[in-house]
Design a binder for this molecule. Structure first.
Ligand code: 6PG
Length: 260
């Protein structure tokens, strides 16, 4: 079952998708800053969010001074590598905005093991929680992608990380041996977020997206993302959302929308 506050939006292009997302993120961020004085965001890697990050970097009035930025996941490669998620996010977004380095929480990927990197990241999150006076991380905005195998963040099908309940972040060895180790936030942290945004584009994702949105396979990592007390936004371009049934787009808790 999809959670009560689920919205599905389908756009003609990734540019329109990104514009909508920027508008929503700016609106939610400003509201959180008004209410509690800060906003916390967690960002993913991959290709899909690049257009969004670039547009967000130019958004006038985004409260960067009060924003805390975390990583949803990281590939265990040095910062200099093009594969490094933080590197991509820094290049497309963070270096263009006025944010204090103290508010940015990258995951270390050099000079330590993936396990230690996950522990350090967890300590960093715990220390941030203490600073803002909360027990558990509750990200205001969290961005996720979807892989063709149904992975999200660095939570891959069939891996032990999916069953993790006691840790905030863990190291992961992807089933595909050609992929490097990863560090990822765990499902309890992701599902404790206030607003989770999935973004996907392209026809190669259409089949898996139908399964995730229509809840056909509960074992898929992306299907396990169901915020316990938050909102879930599915943002797709037309190709990625092409197989979702009209009924799912328009009924129940979903708000289907096709921009002109
Ligand atoms: C990563 C991710 C991962 C990603 C999906 C989708 O570091 O690769 O965080 O979960 O979001 O694989 O990636 P694309 O956007 O490139 O399709």
């Amino acid at each position: 079952m999809l959670v009560a506050m689920t919205e599905i939006h389908i756009f003609k292009s990734i540019q329109q998708l990104a514009e909508f997302a920027v508008e929503k993120w700016a609106e939610i961020s400003r509201s959180e800053v008004r209410n509690k004085g800060y906003v916390s965001i967690a960002l993913s890697g991959g290709n899909t969010p690049v257009t969004f990050y670039k547009k967000l970097s130019g958004e006038k009035g985004f409260p960067w001074g009060e924003t805390h930025v975390f990583m949803v996941d990281e590939r265990f490669v040095p910062y200099e590598s093009d594969e490094n998620n933080y590197h991509m996010i820094h290049r497309t977004l963070l270096r263009h905005v006025n944010i204090s380095p103290k508010h940015i929480h990258p995951i270390r990927t050099s000079g330590i093991s993936p396990e230690t990197a996950a522990e350090r990241y967890e300590e960093d999150i715990i220390s941030y929680c203490r600073t803002v006076g909360i027990q558990l991380p509750r990200f205001d905005l969290l961005l996720l992608g979807i892989g063709e195998d149904g992975h999200t963040a660095s939570l891959f099908p069939g891996t032990p990380s999916l069953k993790e309940t006691g840790r905030l972040a863990v190291s992961v060895y992807p089933p595909d041996p050609s992929k490097r180790e990863r560090i990822t936030l765990t499902l309890p942290v992701i599902n404790n977020a206030q607003n989770v945004f999935f973004m996907a584009e392209g026809a190669s994702k259409a089949k898996i997206i139908k399964e995730v949105v229509e809840d056909k396979d509960h074992m898929l990592p992306a299907s396990m993302v169901r915020p316990c007390d938050g909102r879930l936004f599915f943002l797709f371009d037309e190709c990625a959302g092409s197989l979702i049934s009209e009924k799912r787009k328009q009924t129940g808790h979903s708000a289907g929308r096709l921009l002109p």
